[in-house]
Design a protein around this ligand. Structure first.
Ligand code: MV4
Length: 447
């Protein structure tokens, strides 16, 4: 087991990882920018190292400074959290070269999944159902038209170096396709320095359902069920739940089994998320994330398993603490992402939190790095906390969520809490009747 883990992140996830380390009796080091000297994770860690000025590229993304902080403190492993360097293959490789364990998959697996064409090809080879489309990159208009005619319009053109919604163009007719292909390629080239694009059938009303997987590093793979993350705005998830209101137990175990086997065959190590679009009872792979995700607590709530413990165990060579048959799905969980933003316009609202009071009681978890008197710096993303609610079933979970939202107080800044108070009373949400476009349509109506 590791002696000392360096946490290369900030905010609620730095605290989340710190808590897991403490429980496992592992010493902690955090790195921070000058803007985060007063952050909770800095106060609670055994050691801290200031690695640079506020901009992320000079601090949380500065590989040299982070490696130096490992050398100075004698950390033998790094947990990257999510965002920042968590899916940076070069960072994983550099740590390996310094004999420091990256708590995550190999650089090669990160690289494969970062290239969306390569990721899709790999998924298909491993038996995961993918969206119909081109087999690799498309450059010629003629070829694009032939593929589109074959799969049928509408089609979507995606950048291989994109992902997470960046660099996508929809074409509804052959006339649109020419323009869509040219703009997608030139925008991809300008944004990512790689103009490779691919074509897929455009699914019009899917849900976003993702499967939590783990590889143990010894050729075994398991799944921890799925999360429904369809409620998004501009590709930012707002509300996530497990199980998906759209799936039954048979569908869960079928898609989960396919994913677990794929992860085993890939020889993958650590936590991963296989993202699907789900429409008319079918799953279509879109991307794989090679990190722990923001919404991992809903999976923890229904399985009772600490996924950060599992990440640390696997990275240290100790394997997983559970076999597939030990993983049971109990009840229902919902996560609300509380952002320091205007609840209607989503404009960031940094500043001092004058009063912070969190809800409690059975089935309530709040993951947050803020406190009364904390000043939110303007340099980073606006997530200030997550409210995760568990109940024996979805109805009980929703009742408890409504109560928890009533108790939650954040004064001094604007937050997205009022949005959740609206959503919890909405009939479509109560029925689990929503797709990836539901939230944007709802917000447009409310204006
Ligand atoms: C799609 C799609 C429809 N059809 N691919 C957006 C983020 C990126 N991960 C993939 N995305 C999409 N890919 C096909 N073939 C629609 C989206 C999409 C979306 C997906 C998940 C959650 C929210 C979304 C919002 C708009 C578009």
């Amino acid at each position: 087991m590791f002696q000392k883990i360096l946490i290369a992140n900030r905010g609620e996830i730095a605290l989340r990882v710190l808590r897991a380390c403490k429980e496992l009796g592992i010493q902690t080091v955090v790195v921070h920018s000058t803007a985060d000297a007063d952050a909770m994770h800095v106060r609670l860690a055994d050691e801290s190292v200031c690695i640079g000025p506020p901009p992320s590229r000079d601090s949380y993304l500065n590989i040299h400074q982070i490696v130096a902080a490992c050398e100075i403190t004698g950390a033998d492993a790094v947990h990257p959290g999510y965002g920042f360097l968590s899916e940076n293959a070069k960072f994983a490789d550099i740590l390996a070269a310094h004999n420091i364990t990256f708590i995550g998959p190999s650089g090669d697996h990160i690289r494969i999944m970062g290239d969306k064409i390569e990721a899709k090809r790999t998924a298909k080879r491993l038996g995961i159902p993918v969206v119909p489309g081109s087999d690799g990159a498309v450059t010629e208009e003629k070829e694009a038209k032939r593929i589109a005619a074959e799969i049928g319009y509408p089609v979507i053109i995606k950048a291989s170096a994109g992902g997470g919604g960046r660099g996508m163009k929809v074409a509804h007719t052959e006339a649109d396709l020419e323009i869509a292909l040219q703009t997608a390629r030139s925008e991809a080239g300008a944004a990512f320095g790689d103009d490779a694009v691919y074509i897929e059938k455009y699914l019009q009303k899917p849900r976003h359902i993702e499967v939590q997987v783990f590889g143990d590093g010894f050729g075994r793979g398991v799944h921890f069920g799925e999360r429904d993350c369809s409620l998004q705005r501009r590709h930012q998830k707002v509300w996530e739940e497990a199980n998906s209101p759209a799936l039954n137990a048979e569908e869960r175990s079928r898609i989960g089994g396919i994913c677990a086997k794929a992860i085993a065959d890939l020889g993958y190590s650590g936590a991963g998320t296989i993202e699907f679009l789900y429409e008319n009872g079918e799953f279509y792979f879109i991307e794989m994330n090679t990190r722990l995700q923001v919404e991992h607590p809903v999976t923890e709530a229904i399985t009772g398993i600490d996924l950060v413990h599992e990440q640390i165990r696997v990275a240290s060579g100790g394997g997983l603490s559970v076999k597939q048959e030990d993983i049971k799905f109990n009840g229902h969980a919902i996560e609300c992402r509380i952002n320091a933003e205007d609840p209607r316009t989503f404009t960031p609202s940094p500043g001092t939190i004058t009063h912070f009071h969190t809800p409690g009681g059975l089935g309530i978890r709040v993951d947050s790095g803020v406190y009364s008197g904390y000043k939110i710096p303007p340099y980073y993303d606006s997530l200030i906390g997550k409210l995760i609610v568990h109940g024996r079933n979805r109805v009980e979970c929703m009742m408890r969520l409504r109560r928890a939202l009533d108790e939650f107080v954040v004064d001094g800044i604007k937050t997205t809490l009022p949005l959740f108070r609206d959503l919890v009373g909405n009939a479509d949400i109560a029925n689990g009747d929503y797709d990836i476009h539901w939230l944007e349509k709802y917000l447009a109506k409310e204006e």
